[in-house]
Design a protein around this ligand. Structure first.
Ligand code: CTP
Ligand code: CA
Length: 227
C-alpha cells in the first residue's frame, strides 16, 4: 500500500541490483563468506520497485523475503553472481551493486567433506581472485552508455578519502559509502554519496528511507544526464 504513495521517478526503467553476501565453498559443507544481511540491497530493490521500475535482484544467500513485484535470481558464489549479472545486463538502465562480493574464492575446493586428521596438519587453503562484477558492468557502460552504475563501499576507516578514490577506480558515476561493520544486520544506516562533484551525507535513518532517498538521487542524475 505504501508503495503507491512513492513518486514514480523510475517509471519505465529497468534496474538490476545485487544484494547479500556471496558464499565460496571449501567443501560440500563448508565455505567462506562476507558479513552482509542483504537488508540494504533488498531495501534498494523495494524502493526502485515502488518508484515504478522493473527490478531484477541477483541475491547471495540471505533469509529475507523477496520485495513485492521484484524478480529474484538466487546465487551462491561470486562467479555465479557474475554470470547471472552479465547475462542480465543488456537492456538494463541502472545497475546497483550492493552485494558484499567475496574478493577471493578457494582455488582448490574439495568434492568430498574434508575429514579432520587426529594430530594431523590442518588443510591448506589457496585463494584465487574473483571477477569484479561492478567494474565489468561499468566497462560495458563505457561502450553503450548503459546501464548507469552505482556502487556501494563499506569502509572501516577514512571513508571520505577511500570512497572518492574507489568511485574513480571503479569508473562509476555514483558510489554509496558507509562506515561498515557497526551497520551490518542493523535496520538503520548512515550513508555518504560520492559523485564527480564531491560528497553528500545522508544522516542516519532506516535503510528503506535511505534506499528511497538513493533512488530519487539516481533518478535526478539520470534526468540531468539526458538533458
Ligand atoms: N564488487 C563487485 N565484485 C567484486 C567486488 C566488489 O561487484 N568482485 C562491488 C560491490 O558490490 C560494491 C563495490 O564493488 O558495489 C565495492 O566493493 P568493495 O569491496 O568496497 O571494493 P573492492 O574493489 O573489492 O575493494 P576492497 O574490498 O579491497 O576495499
Ligand atoms: Ca572487496
Amino acid at each position: 500500500l505504501v508503495a503507491s504513495f512513492q513518486p514514480k521517478v523510475l517509471a519505465g526503467k529497468r534496474v538490476l541490483i545485487t544484494a547479500g553476501p556471496t558464499f565460496e565453498p571449501i567443501d560440500p559443507v563448508r565455505g567462506i563468506t562476507n558479513l552482509s544481511s542483504g537488508k540494504m540491497g533488498y531495501a534498494v530493490a523495494r524502493a526502485a520497485r515502488e518508484a515504478g521500475a522493473e527490478v531484477l535482484l541477483v541475491s547471495g544467500p540471505t533469509t529475507l523475503p523477496t520485495p513485492h513485484g521484484v524478480r529474484r535470481i538466487d546465487v551462491q558464489s561470486a562467479r555465479q553472481m557474475y554470470e547471472a549479472v552479465m547475462g542480465a545486463v543488456p537492456g538494463q538502465h541502472i545497475f546497483v551493486g550492493v552485494a558484499a562480493v567475496a574478493d577471493w574464492r578457494v582455488a582448490n575446493p574439495s568434492d568430498q567433506k574434508v575429514k579432520k586428521q587426529e594430530g594431523g596438519a590442518p588443510p591448506q587453503l589457496r585463494f584465487e581472485q574473483n571477477p569484479d562484477i561492478l567494474a565489468t558492468v561499468a566497462a560495458t557502460t563505457s561502450l553503450s552508455g548503459w546501464p548507469y552504475c552505482v556502487g556501494f563501499a563499506a569502509e572501516s576507516e577514512n571513508l571520505l578519502e577511500f570512497g572518492a578514490a574507489k568511485r574513480e577506480k571503479k569508473g562509476i558515476p555514483l558510489l554509496v559509502g558507509n562506515i561498515g561493520h557497526h551497520t551490518f544486520g542493523q535496520d538503520d544506516n548512515s550513508i555518504v554519496l560520492f559523485d564527480e562533484t564531491g560528497h553528500t551525507v545522508l544522516p542516519r535513518a532506516p535503510k528503506l528511507v535511505l534506499a528511497r532517498q538513493l533512488v530519487s538521487e539516481i533518478a535526478k542524475r539520470l534526468e540531468q544526464r539526458s538533458l
